[in-house]
Design a protein around this ligand. Structure first.
Ligand SMILES: Nc1ncnc2c1ncn2[C@@H]1O[C@H](COP(=O)(O)OP(=O)(O)OP(=O)(O)O)[C@@H](O)[C@H]1O
Ligand SMILES: [Mg+2]
Length: 224
């Protein structure tokens, strides 16, 4: 999926509003800074008025706006002292998406595009830019993507009839249970291994408005 010009304009305007509201205080994780929950509480009236909901994981901030029903806005966390070379998990995700397009595997991934870049002001002591992206919206549904008896994905989600219960599944089984035995499954599996997409837990899949399942978090994660 590609955004329309209007969706790009709308997302840029939302990002500008968020920056004005101090979202960079959260993007740059400083000891004395705010975390996303605190920032969202401080700005709850603004967020309510704008119809924006905030979500987060270990490495990214995700913003859902009523004005952009088909997309989410994502930006990676960074830290004081971070340099341009340092990891930005959103940009890793965008690189992986480009590779998936080149290899004809993009249908498995929620599309992501860069929309806005801003220098992080000097006072944050951070020598890099904050880069905002939009990604195709695909709602996680843990009931569908995980088995209730263990954190393992199955498509049927009924423990009794789940063919995987009682066995440790691996990423191949997870992908097969969600995407089916497609002829491209082997290539998809090789792709996620090659690019260290190593974090395929149930919350990292989502369903688009037409019910298609997509991988929504495919930047991988490096411990430490
Ligand atoms: N495309 C999307 N559509 C809807 N919600 C999304 C989308 N991408 C992310 N989210 C929400 O934002 C949360 C954080 O995003 P994401 O999983 O990409 O970040 P993360 O910080 O790398 O997560 P993790 O903790 O798994 O490493 C997700 O758990 C999900 O709730
Ligand atoms: Mg995640």
């Amino acid at each position: 999926m590609k955004p329309t010009l209007q969706e790009i304009e709308t997302s840029k305007r939302i990002v500008e509003d968020l920056i004005e509201r101090g979202i960079l205080d959260v993007v740059v994780e400083r000891d004395e800074g705010l975390d996303l929950a605190e920032w969202s509480t401080d700005n709850r009236l603004f967020l309510k008025e704008k119809g924006i909901v905030t979500r987060t994981g270990e490495t990214k901030i995700c913003l859902l706006s009523d004005e952009l029903p088909n997309w989410v806005i994502k930006v990676g966390y960074t830290y004081p002292g971070a340099d341009v070379e340092d990891k930005d998990y959103c940009s890793i995700e965008a690189d992986n998406y480009e590779r998936a397009v080149e290899e004809g595997l993009d249908e498995f991934f929620a599309a992501i595009y860069e929309i806005y870049e801003v220098d992080i002001p000097e006072e944050y002591d951070c020598n890099r830019k904050a880069v905002f992206y939009i990604q195709e919206r695909a709602e996680p549904d843990e009931e569908k993507t995980s088995c209730t008896c263990k954190d393992f994905i199955c498509s049927c989600c009924s423990c009794k009839s789940c063919e995987f219960c009682g066995e440790e599944g691996d990423d191949y089984d997870r992908l097969e249970s969600l995407f089916g035995k497609t002829s491209r499954l082997d290539r998809l599996f090789a792709f996620v291994n090659e690019y260290d997409i190593n974090d395929l837990h149930s919350g990292n899949f989502g369903y688009t408005s037409d019910g298609t399942v997509k991988i929504i978090d495919y930047s991988g994660y490096e411990e430490g």
